[in-house]
Structures are given as C-alpha cells and as structure tokens.
Write a protein that binds this ligand. Structure first.
Ligand SMILES: Nc1nc2c(c(=O)[nH]1)N[C@H]1C(S)=C(S)[C@@H](COP(=O)(O)O)O[C@H]1N2
Ligand SMILES: [Mo]
Length: 248
C-alpha cells in the first residue's frame, strides 16, 4: 500500500515534467497515473530491453534523411487526405482497448511530445541520424485503456504493397511502452514529409528500419499475430522472412 502510493507520486512527478498539457486533461490523467499503469511501467523499466537507444547531438544530424520503401503511397485515399493537408486524416486506436480512439493531427499536436535525435539503421546497409518529435505511444495506449490480455500492437499503414495489402508492422508491449517509442509527426523541426511517412510514423528506437512504420492509419491491440497478414507480424517478415524481433 505505502509502496503503491509513493510509487504513484514518483510516477506523477516524473510524468509531469514533460506532460503538463496532459496533466490538465482529467481523462488522460486518470488513465496515465493509475497505479496499475504505473506498476506496468515500473516493472518493465527494470528489464534490459528498456534501456534507451543512443541519442545524438544536433550537430550530428544527417543533412539528408533518405527515404526508403514507399516514398509516396499515391493511393486515391492517401491523395484525398494529403490534399486537405491531412485535416481529414484520423488515427484510429482500436482492437483490445476499453475505449477506441480516433485522433486528428491537431489532437496529436496537443498531446505531450518527446524529442529525440537517434540513428535509423536499415538492413539494406545505410543509416541516418534524425531529430524526431512525436507523442509517446504509451500515452495513447493508456488513454485507450489497453486491455490486460493484449500482447502486441499492430500498425496499419496507408501504402499499398500490392494486391491492396497495406504495409503493416507490430511490436510487443515492452517496445510499445518504451520511453523512446513515439508516433512522430516532425523530422528535423519540420512537419514529416510524404517521403518520410506523413502525417505520422512510428519510431521504435531499439529496432531496425523496417519496424519504423510510415503513413500510420490505424493502431490495433491484439493478443496474437496469427490473423495479421500471414502471421509473422509484419510485411517484410511475411514476404521476405525478416526477423520479427529486429532489436538493435
Ligand atoms: N508504410 C511503410 N513503412 C515503412 C516502409 C514502407 O515501405 N512503408 N519501409 C520501411 C523501411 S525498410 C525503412 S528503412 C524505413 C525508411 O524510412 P524513411 O523512408 O523515412 O527513410 O521505413 C520503414 N517503414
Ligand atoms: Mo529498411
């Protein structure tokens, strides 16, 4: 009991430094500061996989952050949201959650952000250092009320990889609640470009490039990856046998 209360206070203090906007919103506050969520976080932070990825200095940022894979989804649906400056885009958060969310880009901008300068490593043999700004994924998962039986978070993208099948990826809850796992809407202090995943992309900094899903449309909480694509948890995992766990 005492531990729980003290832990709750510590958690609230830590979260408040970056989250003053959030703290003014009662619903988010209740979800984020609940003892249950705090314990989930505290337990995970004891594990090595919660170690932070290296962060870099501003002068180390790559002059160009090259685009790889899809550089423009170019589908009718994507063109339609692009034409409105993404005003009509919504991020859905659903699946095994108590309260499904549908968030606009301006709502994402109003949530607490995190900024990080990190290195992206693509398996094809190139790297780039970029400064990302975005909303920690855990804030959305807490707000949506992730169910206790959820085990993975699946990211559904806007680009068609053939046969109407969009790019998709998934991560486990250790990565989902990792402090550097953010939904980024800015790269190097500019709104995310189409080439780099506009309007929103995942940054999961302890993982290789193909896990960094661009053009996010929907985030789904599931208890199994069996029904996602061909069951390996991601587009490249399914079609090319890439490892699902791409930790670096
Ligand atoms: N939706 C979507 N996300 C994606 C890809 C893609 O083709 N489509 N390619 C992946 C790969 S292999 C890499 S290396 C990075 C490239 O991100 P960048 O284009 O910003 O460099 O995005 C990843 N996420
Ligand atoms: Mo990649």
């Amino acid at each position: 009991m005492m531990f729980a209360r003290r832990a709750l206070l510590l958690g609230a203090t830590a979260a408040l430094t970056g989250c003053d906007r959030l703290a003014r919103n009662d619903q988010f506050r209740r979800a984020l500061f609940s003892a249950e969520n705090f314990h989930k976080w505290a337990q995970r932070s004891l594990m090595a996989r919660d170690a932070l990825a290296q962060e870099f200095r501003p002068d180390q940022i790559s002059p160009i952050f090259r685009a790889n894979g899809t550089a423009n989804p170019n589908t009718p649906a994507y063109k339609a949201i692009w034409r409105t400056g993404f005003a009509d885009w919504r991020l859905r958060v659903d699946g095994m959650v108590a309260r499904p969310l549908s968030l606009s880009l301006s709502q994402m901008h109003a949530l607490p952000h995190r900024e990080q300068i990190t290195r992206h490593d693509c398996v094809e043999g190139w790297s780039a250092i970029g400064k990302w700004r975005g909303v920690p994924l855990r804030i959305l998962l807490d707000a949506a009320g992730l169910r206790r039986d959820a085990r993975y978070i699946v990211f559904h993208c806007a680009d068609d990889m053939g046969g109407g099948r969009p790019y998709y990826e998934s991560i486990d809850l250790v990565d989902a609640f990792h402090p550097q796992t953010i939904l980024a809407f800015a790269l190097n202090d500019r709104p995310l470009s189409v080439a780099n995943g506009a309007p929103l992309r995942l940054r999961v900094e302890r993982q290789l490039g193909y896990k960094q899903a661009k053009y996010l449309m929907r985030i789904e909480a599931v208890d199994s990856l069996d029904a996602i694509g061909r069951g390996k948890g991601g587009f490249w995992e399914d079609v090319a046998g890439y490892d699902w766990y791409a930790g670096i």
